[in-house]
Design a protein around this ligand. Structure first.
Ligand SMILES: Cc1cc2nc3c(=O)[nH]c(=O)nc-3n(C[C@H](O)[C@H](O)[C@H](O)COP(=O)(O)OP(=O)(O)OC[C@H]3O[C@@H](n4cnc5c(N)ncnc54)[C@H](O)[C@@H]3O)c2cc1C
Length: 303
């Protein structure tokens, strides 16, 4: 209670509760998706099960690194906001949130520090692109043609999730733009430019989280209709904010890679790709927080 009402009734507390649930939703969607793919691949009929499991884990190493980094940073974000919601009590060891705060911190350090995992995500992705396992090179060539041709309104997504589908497709283009420019300039020395690599990794992680959040919300919406509306809200808010982060990371990487007229052109292309319709994320966070408070728990588990 504060000023005669429960703190959960304050907008800023609702914003924290809503954002925590939205971020957990995104990372949970990503982990369900990765774990589902690993589990399906491991259970495929085959000879040597141990060898097969090792091969599958190697195949999904990028998704694993992404899940490790996003998962550990999400838990840190949530416990930090948890301490804040408890106010002074959050600082006292008498309250469980103080221990959660202390214990969560190590997750960004062990199992490969998040810095090293960020480097690995891009290193592995580039290696697979060069080997033709991940079709990034043809996608980058197609993108270069599109950039030269100017804006196109062909094949614009339609339907209830049109804006989110568009954002996802555009975020992938932003990654190709920033990564392609960096690879062209630094080639085999890209790994020496760790800050650029980290920006590329941040974009890749957000793209994976955007896609995982969207696919789960679409599935749930098709299955449960209106009762999935809060989950749809969570996916929309996550994708909207992720698009802003993706644009910022790409701007940082491009500014460290190009200059002069080339940079001006790249930034104009980036602005075109990153444009997205406004969304009232304050109202969305409030609605998500209401769902948390009504159920007295994280509201999307198992859905
Ligand atoms: C509670 C706990 C349990 C653990 N359990 C285990 C366990 O069961 N098994 C096990 O093998 N290990 C375990 N560890 C060790 C853990 O894996 C290491 O602490 C972790 O890998 C980081 O290595 P380091 O401590 O040597 O830090 P360092 O490698 O010295 O890193 C220090 C800082 O420099 C950064 N850094 C290092 N290299 C680079 C680089 N090339 N580029 C950019 N930045 C870099 C790191 O990201 C970090 O921020 C545990 C650690 C803790 C705290």
């Amino acid at each position: 209670m504060a000023f005669g009402k429960p703190i959960a009734e304050f907008g800023l507390i609702k914003a924290k509760i809503g954002e925590m649930a939205i971020r957990i939703y995104a990372v949970e969607s990503m982990i369900y998706r990765s774990a589902g793919m690993v589990s399906a691949a491991v259970s495929e009929p085959g000879g040597d099960k141990t060898k097969q499991a090792m091969q599958v884990l190697e195949e999904y190493a990028i998704e694993s690194s992404i899940s490790k980094v996003v998962g550990s940073e999400t838990v840190d974000y949530c416990v930090d906001e948890g301490v804040q919601i408890f106010g002074g009590y959050g600082f006292h060891e008498d309250y469980p949130v103080a221990r959660a705060y202390r214990d969560s911190r190590v997750n960004r350090i062990f199992e490969g520090t998040n810095e090293i995992n960020r480097m690995l995500i891009i290193q592995m992705l580039m290696k697979r692109a060069m080997a033709g396992i991940v079709p990034l090179i043809p996608a980058a060539m197609k993108l270069a043609d599109e950039v030269l041709a100017g804006p196109s309104f062909e094949e614009a997504p339609t339907g209830a999730f049109a804006e989110e589908e568009r954002s996802l497709a555009q975020a992938k283009k932003v990654f190709l733009l920033a990564a392609g420019t960096a690879v062209q300039k630094y080639r085999e020395h890209l790994a020496d430019h760790q800050e650029i690599v980290a920006s590329l990794a941040n974009i890749a992680m957000d793209v994976y989280a955007m896609e995982s959040s969207l696919r789960r919300a679409q599935k749930s919406s098709a299955k449960r209709g209106e009762s999935a509306s809060v989950m749809v809200d969570a996916a929309r808010a996550f994708i909207y904010d992720a698009m802003d982060r993706v644009e910022k990371e790409a701007r940082t990487a491009l500014a460290a890679t190009a200059d002069g007229d080339a940079l001006t052109t790249q930034l104009a292309v980036l602005r075109r790709f990153a444009k997205h319709a406004p969304l009232d994320t304050i109202s969305i966070r409030r609605r998500v927080a209401e769902a948390v408070l009504a159920q007295d728990r994280y509201p999307f588990e198992g859905r």
